[in-house]
Design a protein around this ligand. Structure first.
Ligand code: GAL
Length: 352
């Protein structure tokens, strides 16, 4: 089975479109033809976090606007369950699969199963590795890590060695590796020069806040609360860490980073216990992914600006930009975008 995706080099958009035709065309004719509306299968890792509920709702709404139906499955962070979710969607003869993998490696099997059934696969936000993936859509995840680390470096004391704790994401999630890579790009020279000392670091199983809290507790046991910052990879892990700091009575004194602009994180930022988050405009990603999935289902050509090596091939990819959010630009970013309301973030406190 073949899908038509054109890889476009940014520079030639204005001049001529040169593309690398990935020499695949159209899903199994009879299923697309027999159905009036395209049917999209959306397999998600989890719906536990606020962010993923937003992705689902925005994606489904846009797909419906485009005349497509969507079947949603959530695997509750279980690989075996996610494979059987995909099998169920394939048996429902979906025209295209959109997958948020719990484990980017484990889901290669799902992509192969889909291709055997003639169904193209779009990896949403997280990469699926070591397979013939058709399209990958996400944010610039290395930049997320760079912005988080640079935010801290700009605010750490300059006149002495700084001590930090690092809380990485889930090892099963390729994004967690990319966030760490971005953070390392900024931190490594400073760690090597001795300006920054990492007193404790660990990976957070399944990105669970309670697991991040345990890592922060372990850091406090090891180093007391005498450190300057916690480089937390997302708002969920930041929330868990800040709970540990609150129990020590030092929340607000230690800089804590985040990602996802969750409502509770934005509230912590305006209240002063979290220093920043990374806002990823989900509306753009979810809408563009619904448009791409609907095109794939209808065998319409698709233009991808970039490519990412997933260990098996150069996957056509679309990377969206991200924004640092602090208490100073909260109104001009997440509130202005309508991602959250001022009332929800500031509560009784008047917005600045
Ligand atoms: C990552 C995602 C982040 C964060 C995390 C936990 O893959 O890019 O936005 O939410 O998962 O679910």
């Amino acid at each position: 089975m073949k899908f038509r995706i054109f890889l476009v080099l940014a520079s030639c958009i204005t001049s001529v479109v040169t593309g690398l035709v990935l020499s695949r065309v159209g899903s199994s004719p009879e299923s697309a033809k027999s159905r009036t509306k395209p049917l999209i299968g959306l397999s998600m890792d989890t719906l536990k976090e606020e962010r993923w509920q937003g992705d689902r709702d925005l994606f489904v709404a846009r797909a419906r606007e485009l005349g497509a139906d969507v079947l949603v499955q959530s695997a509750n962070s279980d690989d075996t369950r996610q494979i059987s979710d995909v099998q169920a969607l394939i048996s429902r003869r979906v025209d295209v699969l959109v997958i948020v993998p719990h484990n980017g490696g484990a889901m290669a099997k799902a992509v192969n199963m889909a291709h055997d059934a003639g169904i193209p696969v779009l990896a949403y936000d997280r990469l699926i590795t070591d397979c013939d993936l058709d399209l990958y859509m996400t944010f610039d995840n290395v930049k997320v890590g760079e912005l988080q680390a640079q935010f801290l470096v700009d605010r750490l004391p300059k006149d002495r060695k700084s001590k930090i704790v690092r809380i990485f994401g889930a090892k099963t999630d390729n994004n967690a590796l990319l966030f760490k890579k971005g953070q390392d790009n900024v931190l490594k020279p400073l760690i090597n020069s001795g300006r920054i000392d990492v007193v404790h670091e660990d990976w957070t199983q399944d990105w669970k806040p309670e697991n991040a809290k345990k890592i922060a507790n372990a850091a406090i046991t090891k180093a007391g609360s005498d450190f300057d910052a916690i480089l937390a990879s997302n708002d969920g892990t930041a929330g868990g860490a800040i709970q540990a700091l609150s129990e020590e009575g030092v929340a607000g004194r230690i800089l804590v980073t985040g990602q996802d602009a969750e409502l509770s994180a934005c509230q912590r930022i305006v209240n002063g216990t979290q220093a920043m988050t990374i806002y990823k405009p989900l509306t753009q990603l979810a809408k563009q992914a619904a448009e791409a999935a609907t095109k794939l289902a209808r065998s319409k050509p698709l233009f991808a600006l970039g490519k990412i090596d997933n260990g098996k091939n150069e996957v056509p990819s679309i990377l969206l930009d991200v924004v640092v959010v602090t208490k100073d630009n909260m109104m001009d970013t997440v509130i202005k975008d309508g991602f959250h309301t001022a009332a929800d973030v500031y509560g009784d406190r008047p917005p600045p």
